[in-house]
Design a protein around this ligand. Sequence first.
Ligand code: DGY
Length: 322
Amino acid sequence: MIKPKLYITRKVPEEIVEPFREYFSISMWQYEEEPVPRDILLKEVVDAHSILCMLSERVDKEVFSVGRSLQVVANLAVGYDNIDLEAASEAGVIVTNTPGVLTESTADLGFSLLLATARRIVEANQYIKEDKWKNWSPYLLAGTDVYNKTIGIVGMGRIGEAIARRAKGFGMEILYHNRSRKVEAEDRVGATYVEFHTLLEKADFVISVVPATPETNGMFTNEAFRKMKDSAVFINISRGSVVNEKALLEALESEQIAAAGLDVFAEEPIRANHPLLNKSNVICLPHIGSASMETRTKMLQLCLENITGVLQGTGPITEVPH
Ligand code: DGY
């Protein structure tokens, strides 16, 4: 029997893929750190029944029109803004993502970024490595406290709730804003629902965990930053598209807010000459929210199980509703 083809758009560990070779004819892009060129993706997809792709691939109308045999696209991320869901529906292709398995790792990263930004960890590390540490002094690299402060979580999904659990351990007052109220989550983590503007006005730490949708696009505007406290720390671990980066820069430059920690950007990868990178009060990370060895392995396995479910007829485990 001819095995259905699975194309993986990045080189991933063979030991994870190997058990699935029994069912599929698997080929993958040859590099781990470089995305597959568009023309190769379009060529590979022609006879593919499934693709396992990264958030760096644009899976759009063109991909679906070329990939006439495609049945499933498994995205190695919980976010799926790189995939045209409407085109997938029209083509009758199932799209899956990786919710759940990455929740705790992503919340760990979000909270690390919050702590590191508040306590100027990266700056302090740089200071000592550049041999600037000549004397101890009382306010040397003094940051801001996290304990007992107020956190404003924008987006109370799984990751938002996991952030709230961490915030609780730090004695924080937890405010959140979400498309709809999450009463059960409020009970579980002791969070209070507030309007977006109230959250911005009251929070010492504003953390964005919202998915990229047309509604959230550019929601952190000039006005939003103006509403924040001048001591506020802004953290973004969701998607760069939710922030107007020019407005964020202006807010930092005019000291409307104190600092920012960013794991995601409007355009990725950002280049070293990006103005946000020149600021000592901004910590930038290369979109590593879920990047722990354990979690990335679980994400890959979930993608492979989703593909198996679709191609063998038992159904996907985590289908993106569309
Ligand atoms: C996701 O899962 O959407 C993350 O941004 C990728 O790590």
